[in-house]
Design a protein around this ligand. Structure first.
Ligand SMILES: Cc1ncc(COP(=O)(O)O)c(C=O)c1O
Length: 379
């Protein structure tokens, strides 16, 4: 069994209760939610409802019907930007974004939407002042990633939320690397649209994501079709969550997602974050002590779960390949779907080796990783 240090891609393993919840939902419920009046379908609908309420509560979303389920953070970001923006709108975003946001924005540029990318500093940080300076009267959206998937840089989303609001723009946060690690309350942080995967820090299975849509934010759906209600109308329902949830929902996956969030609540978000800080701190310290290693991004305590580095002049893919082949360690190499972030951090075009520990990793795992890397550096 290999040592998994690629939790920024998806968390693995999941808490035992997640596996059990999925298995039980497959075997004991198994039917489509909201499609029939029979008891089993109602049980499935209750499972979906409870997952929705749990997540809404977790992110401080006052009306749980405004938290919709998607298949990924990518889908959530696509709904958010394609559903909101019209030709002539202006968007302010940053040089640290993932392609999950950049590509949908690029597509919209072809349809008359203007996009300004605020350049982050060498550690990947943007300030609210720079965001404010890039805004103008037609700015409809400010979109930022809470925590970089390349460098672990954490953006001041609360401050950025304030300037977005002052400028009359909608505020979208990509919480792919922060949901389940950092406290997120959409009201406190002024977030109008929150996109998050279910399968990373929230410990749900792959194929889960959420989009929380603030009160008064009107979006066009990306997908229309059957929703289980109002079948006689040709029009997509206006009511949420149905407006954004066409097609049969994946009840077992959502049962697993609820178990994941329950696990976070029982464990304590602060305990999970403290563990992340501990392991990331060990990585930064170990890498700093290694002469051949170049670290990209911040070095301090205010660091998310992804740590990027290169080893001397060696190709990142070669280092990742050798870590796997010789030591059984799974890390990721390359541009991590965020080329502009690498331009910002100084690691373009070669990219970096990215290590991202998870809650179930131990200090021994990190010590083994550092030892293995030192062995590799000597070879
Ligand atoms: C910052 C960021 N945004 C968006 C995504 C896309 O997430 P998903 O795989 O759920 O679509 C990722 C995934 O790695 C990410 O790191």
């Amino acid at each position: 069994m290999s040592l998994f240090l690629d939790n920024a891609a998806t968390s693995y393993p999941k808490p035992e209760t997640v596996y059990r919840a999925i298995d039980a939902a497959m075997r004991e419920i198994g039917v489509a939610p909201g499609r029939g009046g029979y008891r089993q379908s109602l049980t499935a609908a209750r499972t979906v409802f409870e997952t929705r309420s749990t997540l809404a509560d977790f992110f401080g979303v006052p009306d749980s019907s405004r938290l919709v389920f998607t298949h990924s953070a990518t889908e959530s970001l696509n709904i958010a930007v394609s559903g909101l923006l019209k030709p002539g709108d202006h968007v302010v975003t940053t040089s640290m974004e993932h392609n999950a946001l950049v590509r949908p924005l690029h597509l919209l540029r072809g349809r008359g939407v203007e996009v300004t990318f605020v350049q982050a500093d060498r550690e990947g940080r943007v300030s609210e002042r720079e965001i404010a300076a890039a805004m103008r009267p037609g700015t409809r959206l400010v979109a930022v990633t809470h925590c970089s998937n390349v460098s672990g840089t954490i953006q001041p989303v609360g401050e950025i939320g304030k300037v977005a609001r002052q400028g009359g723009a909608v505020f979208l946060v990509d919480a792919a690397q922060s949901a389940g690690y950092l406290p997120i309350d959409v009201i406190e942080l002024g977030i109008d649209l929150l996109a998050a995967p279910g399968h990373k820090g929230l410990f749900g299975p792959p194929g889960t994501g959420i989009l929380a849509i603030g009160e008064g934010i009107e979006l066009e759906p990306l997908l229309v079709g059957g929703t289980g209600g109002n079948a006689s109308s040709l029009e997509q329902p206006e009511i949420l969550p149905e407006r954004f949830e066409s097609g049969t929902l994946n009840t077992p996956a959502l049962a697993g997602l609820k178990a994941g969030v329950d696990f976070i609540r029982e464990t304590g978000l602060e305990v999970i974050r403290a563990k992340e800080k501990l392991l990331v701190g060990m990585l930064l310290e170990g890498l700093s002590a290694m002469e051949e290693a170049v670290i990209y991004g911040p070095r301090g305590n205010d660091h998310g779960g992804a740590v990027s580095f290169n080893l001397g002049g060696r190709d990142a893919s070669e280092v990742a390949f050798l870590l796997d082949a010789e030591y059984g360690i799974a890390v990721r190499a390359g541009l991590h779907c965020a080329p502009e972030a690498h331009r910002t951090l100084g690691s373009y075009p070669g990219g970096t080796v990215r290590v991202s520990p998870g809650f179930f990793n131990t200090e021994e795992d990190i010590a083994f990783f550092l030892q293995s890397l030192a062995g590799l550096a000597r070879s």
